[in-house]
Ligand binder design. Sequence first.
Ligand code: ADP
Ligand code: MG
Length: 686
Amino acid sequence: MTEPVTVLKGVGPKLAEKLAKIGIRTVTDLLFHLPLRYQDRTRVMPMGSLRPGDEGVVEGVVDHAEVVFRGRRMLLVRLSDGTGSITLRFFHFSAAQQQGLVRGLRLRCFGEARRGQAGLEIVHPEYRAVLDESASVDDTLTPIYPTTEGLHQLSLRRLTDEALARLDRLPDWLPPGVLNGAGLPDLETALRTVHRPPPDVPVAALLDGRHPAQRRLAFEELVAHHLSLARLRARTTDEPASPIKVKGELFAQLQARLPFALTGAQQRVIAELSTDMARPHPMLRLVQGDVGAGKTLVAVAACLHAVEAGYQAAVMAPTEILAEQHFHNFGDLLAPLGVNVAWLSGKLTVRARREALAEVAEGRARVAVGTHALFQEDVAFDDLALVVIDEQHRFGVHQRMALREKGNRDGRLPHQLIMTATPIPRTLAMTAYADLDYSVIDELPPGRTPIRTVAVSDKRRHEVVERISGAVAEGRQAYWVCTLIEESEALQAQAAEDTFAQLTEALPHVNVGLVHGRMKPRDKESVMARFKAGEIQLLVATTVIEVGVDVPNASLMIIENAERLGLAQLHQLRGRVGRGTAESSCVLLYRPPLSDTARKRLDALRATTDGFEIARIDLELRGPGEVLGTRQTGDMQFRIADLLRDQDLLDAVKDAAGRLMQACPENVEPLIARWLSGAEEYGRVG
Ligand code: ADP
Ligand code: MG
């Protein structure tokens, strides 16, 4: 079965090349090249029951056909079947075609119904004349395969037919004991059903991806992914690392200076990572915690342990702004302990960069904070033993591994701590991060007050401005966040400056301040300091303040263009208020009309402040690829599995992976190869 596709009839070098483009090199690859979806040509749909978006077969008699000009030339054909009627619209058509479509002719069409100017229509349907009314429809669903230019569905269907003829030689790597009565069919049945659904298949289940045959394959695919991450993890955790065994004196000194006690969750997570780091193998731990859960201190504790043991630590964030805020936070906390923190970003002057590089290389800096710039070629550490990565979801598995190499010193790998504020349902996290241990800071520091959230149309902006007046009169402070969808800092800054000017004018009795990413760090700091001191009452800001800003007296937040932001980001922003004793509120200003999803997002925020609940809704709205940030990195791309739809399988997947490693370790590699053949770089980097 691992023979090249060229053993099949009619596959020469040219076709083989095309197939290779979509990852098909062997006969097995063909069998695991699964249909993306199905077309249902098994029954004729009454026109009267058709809804926009339905794809299917309709049959009727031509009432009327004409060529019209509506901006361009087109052929419109009116078809009816006694239950209703529909328009066929052609932009490209021949004279013969036009002449053939005469009144009274019976047509059978296939296509997708859309809402048109005069009821439903199908643009460029496939169609043919029906001469005999009893002409049969297809008796099976038509599989549609992922393909590439110049490779027809018909060729793919023919090739899979041939591959299916050899199916009995395909080994099943999941023995019955591993599949463990999940009620799923065997591999052969599953593949046959998915490629060539039999006539009696429950159509709705198959179209939904919930047929047992599909679940069997999704299950196997998830097991393969799980095993590949587990293998990656095993390779890493077998490597040596510097054991960090310390009393925790430095962190105790820091704690003694804090005006509050650690939460139970923070203590537990710090204990977990202390145990990890004391081992002579690299820690690989993901720490999740909602906004404001206090992740920074947990990261600081890990860094101080490394420093106390005589090593260096590196802290990396995905953006300049985030990195800069970490640099300030870490600096403020560590300076009094005599621990020197270096700053490495892409924006440093040549001289500042040279100086920072020397500090890091000579070990004068014990902690280095920065962006990706931390891991460029010319950065050398004196003795790096810990890498902290904030906001994991923006880095892929491969980037993570490249970082690890950076700390490789005489074959010892650094410990890795990954922090994320994106709460992900637990089973999903265990699948997506099967190569990591997993801790949750599931408790917020005490004294946080609930936040009341409202959504207000832009048309009532003046009421919102009055509300600021009121809050300020009561001695409280407010944020006004200007958001633009554009990544451009320049445009964001401009929007913030405009709003700043408007609000300064509208609120003559209020001290208004402005921060954005384009300001000089010194100016930014001075504005922030004045806001913290209560001198500035209203802070107009870009999403710079998404992270790190902490002013307990600020109890009102207005977020402009809230409809354009994602749930996770809105939740992060809102987390800036509700930190003091006053009741806090958040106003989501939106520009109507709201799209369906935007309304759902705003509703979700009004309904709850629980990060996990918000994450669950986010997952439903955006899908796992977006939520995990893996769509961009290419991790977790599945052929058939769907993390959302197949969530209920995930626990069983984990069990099965464990059992397979125990019972048939020799099946693990071929199973991974079968499903992740395009992704062998996992093995290469690790
Ligand atoms: P996040 O988890 O969002 O990164 P931070 O680490 O920025 O949260 O912490 C948010 C705020 O809570 C900071 O001002 C921090 O000083 C404060 N904080 C952290 N831990 C505690 C605690 N145990 N008790 C009270 N405040 C805390
Ligand atoms: Mg943070």
